[in-house]
Ligand binder design. Structure first.
Ligand SMILES: Cc1cc2nc3c(=O)[nH]c(=O)nc-3n(C[C@H](O)[C@H](O)[C@H](O)COP(=O)(O)OP(=O)(O)OC[C@H]3O[C@@H](n4cnc5c(N)ncnc54)[C@H](O)[C@@H]3O)c2cc1C
Ligand SMILES: NC(=O)c1ccc[n+]([C@@H]2O[C@H](COP(=O)([O-])OP(=O)(O)OC[C@H]3O[C@@H](n4cnc5c(N)ncnc54)[C@H](O)[C@@H]3O)[C@@H](O)[C@H]2O)c1
Length: 459
């Protein structure tokens, strides 16, 4: 027998649960299907656990530097991995339980725990039951990709999920992939006390960013004792008892290392291969992402895809914004669109990188006339006072319209401070609006107007 609902939501990540809230408030009956953990990647194996552990690593780092601040600690700095993990489990577990109890207590919402699969454009099967609805929303997220590296299959490799459950500290953690996931874990485990090596296939770390940012990040990580092999064209693993050997060669030369643990951090793949999308006629692109239009409609009428599974964003805030776009179009007669969204994200190494809009390189390649402002964190009073002067900030502005095109702040508070300029971009304000704003002293933000007042033509 088929159970009818007004709507079916597959996946309880960042977009599904709030959409269930809006649809049920509008009087619809909704089935939410989640196969694993409520809250999805961000809550369980992504942002929340990692940022909680990044905080532990930061505490260790500051403790090691205590004497710089005139604080005397007797004895060395030890790491209690059980406590680190327990703290992470508490933060993440509270959030997961919060999402689950919210959904289970939601009027007109029925929660199914199991794997969902289409049997037709309007029907989904979960654990042998068939549910039907005139509208279906997909929020299935993604999982770690595993690269085809010789010998990797013979090594007990870790992903962002399994590394969170380690109860002992790796002696030597080898990280494959030098982007968001790789860099955050690399610095975290180095600060916990592991030896850490990053192996990146591309010519530089976090290669989507400008070269000066990649170089500064590499310098920050190397200063903490992390080894980096970029331009690694060839990587091969050989098991050696409980350890493994890894041979790397490429544009930075060749090296042979011995590691105890390897983390694979080479990108994510969408959870779309096991959804029966062919039974519904929903199309995917060559990498498996569900094809959507600017308002997140798939190729099949009344089926929408939100979050990481549609390839239009890969962040918690973009997934949540997808929910806002779908809800606004469906329930509020408000034609919100993905193309209204300005690129914005942060990399949570310490100091963090806050990034918005275009990179300097993208602006240069666009050929438009632009102005650029730059300021080292050594010229920021608050950073000096805090003893955290690594990094710099920069901004690129259109020379004719005076619109802010993009900015980066690699420095203490950079993930927060960048929002002033982001809000200026959303307000379509010329840069002079922020340049003339009187910011609070002493903050990192107070140097943003100064930087905007000292711009030069981008050549
Ligand atoms: C280590 C790490 C750190 C990160 N840090 C950040 C960060 O600091 N900031 C940031 O913005 N982003 C971060 N991200 C990215 C962020 O976690 C994701 O972009 C976000 O969680 C995507 O949300 P989503 O709703 O699209 O999917 P998900 O949160 O992945 O949710 C999808 C859900 O669907 C379920 N599901 C899948 N298929 C089915 C099926 N067939 N049937 C039933 N259920 C199904 C899954 O079990 C899952 O619960 C990080 C990611 C990782 C891996
Ligand atoms: N701070 C954040 O917001 C945050 C943190 C973590 C993850 N995330 C999300 O998770 C997603 C995945 O992150 P990620 O870092 O795994 O992927 P990514 O796609 O950002 O980077 C993968 C890196 O691995 C390298 N690589 C690919 N194949 C390789 C190989 N065979 N050998 C060596 N290097 C190889 C690539 O050149 C690239 O630098 C990101 O797109 C991001 O949206 C966000």
């Amino acid at each position: 027998m088929t159970k009818p609902y007004d709507a079916i939501i597959v996946g309880a990540g960042q977009a599904g649960p709030p959409l269930a809230g809006r649809l049920t408030q509008a009087g619809m009956t909704v089935a939410v299907i989640e196969r694993k953990l409520f809250g999805g990647t961000c809550v369980n194996t992504g942002c929340m656990p990692t940022k909680t552990m990044v905080a532990s690593a930061y505490a260790a780092h500051v403790a090691r530097r205590a004497a710089d601040y005139g604080v005397a600690l007797t004895g060395g700095v030890g790491i209690d991995m059980d406590r680190v993990r327990a703290r992470k489990d508490e933060v993440s577990g509270n959030a997961r339980r919060g999402v689950e109890s919210w959904l289970r207590g939601m009027e007109r919402c029925t929660v199914y725990q199991g794997h969902a699969r289409f049997v037709s454009p309007r029907e989904i099967e979960v654990d042998g039951e068939i549910l039907s609805a005139p509208r279906i929303f997909l929020n299935t997220g993604g999982r770690a990709s595993v690269p085809d590296i010789p010998g990797l299959d013979r090594v007990d490799y870790l992903t962002n999920t399994s590394i969170l459950e380690l109860d002992t500290l790796p002696r030597h953690l080898v990280v494959i992939g030098g982007s968001y996931i790789g860099l955050e874990f690399a610095q975290m485990f180095r600060r916990f006390g592991s030896e850490v090596t990053i192996i990146e296939r591309g010519p530089r770390l976090i290669a989507r960013e400008d070269e000066d940012i990649s170089a500064a990040i590499r310098e920050i990580l190397e200063a903490e004792g992390i080894r980096v092999h970029a331009g690694a064209g060839s990587i091969a693993f050989t098991p050696q008892g409980d350890d493994f050997a890894v041979a790397v060669s490429g544009s930075e030369g060749a090296a042979n290392l011995t590691g105890s643990h390897v983390l694979v951090a080479v990108g994510r793949s969408p959870n779309t291969d096991d959804l029966g999308l062919d039974k519904a006629g929903v199309t995917v692109d060559s990498r498996g992402y569900i094809e959507v239009d600017d308002q997140l409609r798939t190729s099949v009428e009344d089926i929408w895809a939100m979050g990481d599974c549609n390839g239009r964003g890969a962040f918690t805030h973009t997934s949540y914004n997808d929910f806002e776009i779908v809800a606004a179009n469906l329930l509020d007669d408000d034609p919100r669109r993905v193309s209204d969204r300005i690129t914005a994200y942060a990399l949570y190494i310490d100091p963090p990188l806050g990034r918005i809009g275009m990179t300097e390189d993208q602006v240069r390649r666009s050929g438009r006339k632009a102005l650029i402002g730059r300021r080292a964190m050594t010229q920021v009073g608050r950073a000096i006072e805090k003893g955290e002067t690594r990094g710099f900030m920069k901004v690129v502005v259109d020379a004719e319209s005076h619109a802010i095109l993009g900015a980066a702040i690699l420095g203490v508070g950079g993930d927060e401070v960048i929002h002033g300029m982001l809000d200026g971009m959303y307000a379509h304000a010329p840069y002079s609006t922020i340049q003339r704003a009187v910011h609070i002293h002493p903050t990192v933000s107070e140097l943003v107007p100064t930087m905007l007042g000292e711009m030069k033509p981008l050549v």
